[in-house]
Design a protein. Structure first.
Length: 386
C-alpha cells in the first residue's frame, strides 16, 4: 500500500505494505491536520488486519466536511419529485456536489414499518437505505450512517426501544445491539454502500433504548418494557450499550469513525457532564457531534463558546455540528476556528424540507439560489484557504 499525504508542516509520509500479494494504492490530497494523518494510518492498519476486498477502501475524509442529511429524499422521489438546478434536472447528489457538499448523512430505523414506526412503506429502514447509500458512494461522497436504534424518531424527547427488542434481558440486549450494528454495516459494505462514519444513537443526551413511549397530547407516557434500559441516569448500563454498538461497528469495519451525538450545542455544562460520564465509563469514540439550532440551542455565539471550551478540555476528541438549519455560515466558521482542525465540519438537516428555514430546494425540487449561495461561497473559500 502506498499512502501519500501532507501534514501542516507539508511533510510527506510514504507507507508501503503488501496484503494478500496485492498492492493497494491509497492516494489522498493534502490532509490538513495530524488527526487526519493518524486516522489514515489507522485505516491502513485495519486494511492489513482485515484482509478482505471490502476492507481495502479507506474511509472518505475530506479536509472539511460539508454535509447534508437527505434521508427524506427517497420518499420524495417516490412521490414524483424531480430535483433540478437552474432549470436542469439532475440527481440531487450531483446538485449538492456542484455546490460544495461532500458528505451525506442517512438515518436508519430498526423496523420502521412496525406499528408506531416511522414509515408504513419502510422508508429509512435497511432495505430502503442500501440503494441510497450505494448512490452516495457512487457519487464519490462520504457517508455518515445515523443509527437511531428505534423503529421511529429517537431524540431528546423519546428514545423508545424497537418493538422486537423490548422483552430482551440485558445480556441479550447487548448482544443484539452489537450484532445488529455489525450486520447493518456488513450488508451496506457488501452492497457497495459502506459508511465512512457512524453515530451510535441520535441525540442520545437522555440515553438510548428506553422503555417509554412519549406522552400523547393530554396523556401520560406509556411504559413498554420492564427490562433494563440505557438511561443516562444509569451510566453503567448506558455505557455497556454504547460499547456494544461501537464494538459491532468496529468489528464490521475497523476503520470507521465513531461519533456520539447529543443535543447540547449551546449548553457547555450539559455537554461536559455527558462527555465526562462517557469517558469515565470507558466509552471510546472519535467525534462528539452536537445539534445546533437557534430555535432549540440558542444563538451561535453560545455554540462557539461551548465548542471552544470542549476543544480545550478534551484534546483527544474531534467535533462536528451534526445537525444545523439555516445558520450555515456561523456553524462552519465555528468548526473552522477550532484548534488543530478538530472541528470536522457540519451537516444541514433535511435541506429539501420545510420547518426550520433550512430549505435549499423548493417544493418541486428546484434549487433556491438565494438559499444555496452561502454554500457556493463556502466552496470558494475552502478552495482558496484549505
Amino acid at each position: 500500500m502506498t499512502t501519500i499525504f501532507t501534514s501542516p508542516a507539508r511533510a510527506i509520509f510514504n507507507v508501503a505494505a503488501v496484503c494478500d500479494r496485492r498492492i493497494i494504492r491509497i492516494v489522498r490530497p493534502a490532509l490538513r491536520s495530524m488527526f487526519h494523518i493518524v486516522l489514515l494510518l489507522a485505516s491502513a492498519a485495519s486494511v492489513l488486519a482485515a484482509g478482505s476486498d471490502a476492507a481495502m477502501t479507506p474511509p472518505f475524509r475530506p479536509g472539511c466536511i460539508v454535509g447534508a442529511d437527505i434521508s427524506a429524499v427517497p420518499a420524495a422521489e417516490a412521490r414524483g419529485i424531480k430535483f433540478s438546478d437552474n432549470g436542469v434536472q439532475k440527481d440531487i447528489l450531483q446538485i449538492l456536489k456542484g455546490h460544495g457538499f461532500n458528505y451525506i448523512r442517512l438515518r436508519l430505523f430498526v423496523e420502521p414499518a412496525n406499528p408506531g414506526g416511522y414509515s408504513r412503506q419502510g422508508y429509512c429502514g435497511l432495505a430502503q437505505t442500501i440503494p441510497m447509500a450505494r448512490r452516495v458512494k457512487a457519487a464519490g461522497m462520504g457517508l455518515l450512517l445515523d443509527f437511531h436504534y428505534s423503529d421511529t424518531w429517537a431524540d431528546p424527547g423519546k428514545q423508545t426501544k424497537p418493538l422486537a427488542w423490548r422483552d430482551l434481558p440485558l445480556d441479550q440486549l447487548l448482544k443484539t445491539m452489537h450484532d445488529y450494528t455489525s450486520n447493518v454495516i456488513v450488508q451496506l459494505r457488501t452492497a457497495g454502500g459502506g459508511p465512512d462514519m457512524v453515530q451510535i444513537g441520535n441525540e442520545i443526551t437522555p440515553g438510548l433504548l428506553l422503555n417509554t413511549l412519549p406522552a400523547a397530547r393530554g396523556g401520560a407516557a406509556q411504559r413498554v418494557s420492564t427490562q433494563p434500559e440505557g438511561s443516562a441516569r444509569n451510566w453503567d448500563i448506558l455505557s455497556s450499550l454504547l460499547k456494544a454498538g461501537i464494538s459491532g461497528a468496529k468489528e464490521a469495519d475497523p476503520g470507521l469513525l465513531i461519533m456520539l451525538h447529543i443535543d447540547r450545542g449551546g449548553d457547555n455544562a450539559g455537554s461536559r457532564s455527558w462527555v465526562d460520564a462517557a469517558l469515565a465509563h470507558g466509552v471510546s469514540f472519535d467525534i462528539l457531534g452536537e445539534s445546533c439550532y437557534t430555535k432549540f440551542q440558542g444563538p451561535p455565539a453560545g455554540w462557539k463558546a461551548n465548542f471552544d471550551d470542549l476543544a480545550a478540555r478534551y484534546p483527544k476528541l474531534n467535533f462536528l455540528i451534526a445537525e444545523v438549519a439555516y445558520e450555515t455560515v456561523e456553524a462552519n466558521q465555528i468548526m473552522r476556528s477550532l484548534p488543530d482542525h478538530r472541528g470536522l465540519g457540519t451537516f444541514i438537516w433535511e435541506p429539501t424540507q420545510r420547518g426550520n428555514q433550512q430549505q435549499l430546494f423548493n417544493d418541486t425540487g428546484a434549487v433556491l439560489p438565494e438559499k444555496m449561495s452561502p454554500y457556493d461561497k463556502l466552496m470558494v473559500d475552502y478552495k482558496e484557504h484549505p
